[in-house]
Design a protein. Structure first.
Length: 406
């Protein structure tokens, strides 16, 4: 296997060569996990595989946290006046997607697929754990590995926090990564502040009065009301949110009617709301209901609205983002290298960990169009360049050494 890593100092070269020798095993673990994808809170095969590996390497760990989660702890033997605790988080759930890739490690579970890179996240965390266990003399303090279920929903971070994974020993800081096919291999997207958006959802049923399509004056047309609501909801971002702030209100579902000459008495819609600025929490929800209520009142209809929050924004601590950026710059030295303004309206429940302790979540570029490895996340042909796995391990290892030995 040919390395795409740049040259490095003597110390970096030593770490890199050790990780490169481990790289084939990391690829093997990733492919085994990819073949056995499991949905949120059902990651029993994956959890058992992780536990077997940790036991094989003599790493202390607990299983069954938030159903299928695992927490492992490795203590460094290097002396230091301040022995801190750094956590590394990896999600391990898959998606309800039928894989279309023609590869030897294709999903063996019909209708379920690792289409977002979580198999790679888990393999990177395992590779980091194995390396650190074998080189405990190179770092002080403690590293806590959090293998988390159900990131894709309904969310495993919050129940793991409630189960105490940030305690005993208390975590001082946390890092995590997301393999990212929106960036090319050899790049890292990292920034202080908001990296990913808050995620909120709503269902709304417009309650009108059905009737004959040729006699509309006897009805309250739920389709007409719903159409006005969909258009008006767009004004929330266009006219109520500061244009300096990014936000999205999307109606992704609209269902009504059974026949062309029948006016429907109900119309049902569902949508998603995204934003970065924490000050918008509650505001968009309030405006969504005000818009729906006003239009329904003007048209003689009523409504039933359900609105709930999923994940808060993923907000990185400035000092931890600086740590990751400084380490990543030593690992990826391509013309693009570090992409500091990388953001997405996608959401992540890593945000809950970052609300509890300082930390940094970052994107590790994994796309390689030359190998036809550039399909977007959640696509049935999603896959990534596995060279990124060793890069991820090296960034984690270097972060551990730099943070705990400082």
């Amino acid at each position: 296997m040919v390395s795409t890593f740049p040259s490095a100092s003597a110390d970096l070269s030593r770490v890199r060569q050790d990780i490169l020798s481990l790289h084939p095993q990391i690829i093997e673990w990733r492919r085994l996990i990819h073949q056995k994808p499991e949905l949120g809170f059902k990651e029993e095969i994956t959890s058992e595989f992780i536990s077997q590996k940790l036991s094989e390497w003599g790493i202390e760990h607990q299983t069954g946290i938030a159903k299928t989660g695992i927490v492992a702890t490795i203590k460094g033997s290097k002396s230091a006046s301040d022995r801190r605790v750094l956590a590394i988080r990896a999600d391990m759930d898959a998606l309800p997607i039928q894989e279309l890739n023609q590869v030897s490690y294709c999903s063996q579970h019909d209708g379920v697929m690792h289409a977002c890179g979580h198999d790679g996240h888990t393999a990177i965390a395992l590779g980091t754990a194995k390396y650190l266990q074998e080189h405990r003399d190179r770092f002080a303090g403690t590293v806590k590995f959090i293998f988390q279920p159900a990131e894709e929903g309904p969310g495993g971070a919050k129940p793991m926090i409630e189960a105490g994974v940030l305690k005993n020993p208390d975590v001082d800081a946390i890092i995590g990564l997301h393999l990212w096919n929106n960036l090319p291999l050899g790049t890292v997207g990292v920034r202080a502040g908001a990296l990913m958006a808050a995620v909120e959802s709503f269902h709304c049923t417009i309650l009108g009065k059905g009737g004959h399509g040729a006699i509309p004056h006897q009805t309250v047309d739920s389709v007409v009301v719903a159409a006005q609501v969909v258009n008006a909801l767009q004004t929330i971002v266009a006219r109520n949110v500061n244009p300096i702030d990014s936000a999205v209100v999307t109606v992704g579902e609209l269902h009504a009617g059974t026949k062309g000459n029948v006016i429907a008495d109900t119309a049902r819609m569902s949508g998603t709301v995204r934003y970065f600025n924490l000050e918008l929490k509650g505001f968009i929800q309030q405006r969504v209901e005000q818009v729906i209520a006003g239009i329904c009142q003007s048209q003689g209809a009523s409504y039933d609205l359900e609105y709930w929050g999923l994940y808060p924004p993923t907000i990185n601590d400035a000092e931890m983002a600086e740590l990751v950026q400084s380490v990543a710059a030593e690992v990826v030295e391509t013309p693009l290298g570090i992409v500091p303004e990388c953001q997405t309206m996608g959401g992540e429940d890593m945000s809950y960990f970052l609300q509890e302790v300082p930390g940094c979540y970052f994107f590790l570029g994994s796309a390689n169009p030359q190998k036809d490895l550039a399909y977007p996340h959640h696509h049935p042909r999603f896959d990534f360049d596995e060279t990124a796995l060793a890069m991820g391990v090296e960034i984690f290892v270097r972060c551990v050494e730099k943070y705990l030995n400082s």
